[in-house]
Design a protein around this ligand. Structure first.
Ligand code: ZN
Ligand code: ZN
Length: 191
């Protein structure tokens, strides 16, 4: 029995539709359809299929090509949307930080802290968490809660060593409590 050069299963004459290459290598029509999406040469002998054979499958190939293109475009669009969402949420966060700075200037410390607490629950970025922790420490320093400020700022710089402002306010809080050695230690790490 003749076998298909692509799937290696039998080709039953009069039942299975098949197509051969110029060298007589037979393949099921459905197998060949899929093969032609990748190559227009016979998978066995590499001989090109004549145009009249390829033309039979043109519509199928074009349709698959269109589907593939649409899938790629869709993926790009998804990526683009994800990027835009990220930018939008970053802008929202920066505006949020600005609003906290305004509250600090207006000495609305309790309100600023409660807003920071609320935001922290929904924060999905470690950098944002650090910024929030810093602001909490800074607010507690400004309102004279040096113990709380030290707790928060120490936690911050332990997690993120490269946070000069964190060390600066940590130093100030130590200094306010008369812990000059510790203040010195923190100030040396500001740069
Ligand atoms: Zn086959
Ligand atoms: Zn062939």
């Amino acid at each position: 029995m003749t076998t298909c050069i692509i799937c290696h299963l039998g080709i039953i004459e009069g039942v299975d539709s098949s197509q051969d290459c110029p060298n007589g290598h037979l393949a099921h029509i459905d197998c060949l359809k899929e093969w032609l999406l990748h190559s227009s040469n016979c998978p066995l002998c590499r001989e090109p299929y004549p145009d009249q054979v390829l033309n039979q499958f043109k519509e199928f190939i074009n349709q698959k090509e269109t589907e593939k293109q649409a899938a790629i475009e869709n993926e790009l669009k998804q990526e683009e949307m994800k990027k835009m969402e990220q930018v939008a949420s970053k802008i929202t966060f920066l505006k949020f930080l600005e609003s906290i700075e305004i509250l600090i200037n207006e000495q609305e410390f309790e309100y600023a802290l409660s807003r920071l607490d609320l935001h922290n629950n929904g924060s999905n970025s470690i950098q944002w968490e650090h910024d929030i922790l810093f602001l909490k420490g800074k607010i507690n320093y400004i309102r004279g809660r040096y113990d709380l400020a030290i707790n928060q700022l120490f936690k911050l710089v332990k997690e993120k060593y490269d946070y000069p402002e964190g060390f600066l306010y940590l130093g100030k809080a130590y200094e306010a409590l008369g812990l000059d050695d510790k203040a010195q230690w923190a100030y040396e790490r500001v740069k």
